[in-house]
Design a protein around this ligand. Structure first.
Ligand SMILES: [Zn+2]
Length: 373
């Protein structure tokens, strides 16, 4: 994450309860060979999961919550009591995600056979995609559905509306005159992806709203703790770690026709470098920033709109002032542009400004030439 999450970030109660229901189910499953209502918690939530079944819903074309639980149960039962015990214990032992990020268990489900893995994944995906919206379940969770949770998450006094992973995009566009319940919301990213870490699919600390670019274009199902080639890596824990103080912007070849703007890490700490590189690989941070900053001339023109050479230096000075914490929560790209202008303020811009001035005059002369013809 570029910015850590706010300390008052609300956890989504529906996820907390569904996560507890799943853990309870795995525990109850250890000592029985019969699939029944007794595998679910006694109250309304357990009943709602039990009632959400194909046989109770004439419109259902595919499996619902109970059917998904049942399919997992059948496969686990075939695998034997030890498998059931191990799955329950793996889930119970890894509920503290801060501990998990510090010491990731990368091969948590290697002991499961393919049918168990498949049905577990299918159940967990269903809990996340469908069960969370079942009206009774939202009601027992205090009435906060996912849209209401997103609105609370992105309050200006909480996390605001800028993506915590990149700082380059809004989470969702806010529309005036539209009721809260109908506002658009961002998708939630599973930090530990559903496909590789299914038991965290509804863990309340594992789900974070991110911008579309981070979630859908860049991250997809990348593994926070393993490179593509399988080697180990570490990742920032979003609730208390962040990259924002570890970043430098560097300008190369200022005298060239097109200076290059680069993002670097300003730490020598091996663990932090590992986490920065993971963050960069997952969300494609450097290439996105360097892509946005590929023309310094265009940035000066767009952000400063100078009319005279003196405007360039004054504009840089003006734009280099730090943002308030509230601006960083409201304005996409604010962090990155301020960082760039701060660096531009430190370096000798005279050659660049002279070139800029020359190009402007050429353009004017060219314009006059055309007019005079
Ligand atoms: Zn983002």
């Amino acid at each position: 994450m570029l910015f850590r999450l706010a300390p008052n970030t609300p956890r989504f109660e529906v996820f907390r309860l569904l996560n507890a229901e799943l853990l309870n189910f795995l525990e109850q499953a250890v000592n029985t060979n019969t699939f029944s209502r007794a595998l679910f918690t006694q109250g309304t939530l357990g009943q709602a999961c039990w009632d959400n079944a194909k046989e109770n819903d004439a419109r259902a074309k595919s499996d619902l919550t109970r059917d998904k639980f049942q399919k997992l149960f059948i496969e686990l039962n075939d695998s034997g009591k030890d498998t059931k015990q191990q799955l329950f214990e793996s889930m119970r032992a890894n509920q503290d995600l801060q501990v998990f990020f510090f010491n990731p268990q990368r091969n948590l489900f290697d002991f499961l056979n393919e049918p168990c893995r498949k049905t577990l994944k299918s159940l967990c995906t269903h809990l996340y995609c469908s069960t969370k919206d079942v009206p009774t379940i939202v009601r027992v969770s205090g009435g906060t559905d996912i849209t209401a949770h997103f609105n609370a998450y992105s309050e200006p006094t909480v996390n605001g509306n800028v993506c915590k992973a990149c700082g380059m995009a809004k989470l969702a566009v806010f529309r005036a005159g539209v009721p809260d319940v109908d506002q658009w919301r961002a998708d939630y990213d599973h930090q530990l992806c559903k496909s590789k870490y299914p038991i965290f699919a509804v863990h309340p600390d594992n789900l974070i709203p991110l911008c579309d670019v981070c979630n859908q274009d860049a991250k997809k199902a990348k593994d926070l703790f393993k490179h593509k080639n399988g080697t180990k890596r570490l990742a920032f824990y979003p609730y208390n770690e962040e990259a924002k103080g570890l970043i430098d912007i560097e300008i190369d070849n200022l005298h060239d026709p097109e200076p290059t703007i680069k993002v670097n890490w300003n730490t020598q700490d091996g663990v932090l470098l590992d986490k920065l590189n993971t963050w960069d690989e997952i969300y494609e941070i450097r290439s996105r920033v360097e892509g946005q900053f590929r023309s310094l001339e265009a940035i000066i023109e767009d952000e400063i709109r100078p009319r005279h050479p003196a405007d360039v230096q004054n504009g840089i000075h003006y734009e280099a002032r730090p943002h308030s914490p509230n601006s960083l929560k409201r304005k996409e790209w604010a962090f990155w542009y301020q960082k760039l202008f701060y660096i531009l303020e430190q370096i000798d811009m005279a050659p660049f400004i002279a070139k800029w001035d020359f190009v402007q005059h050429q353009a004017e002369d060219g314009g006059e030439y055309i007019l005079n013809e």
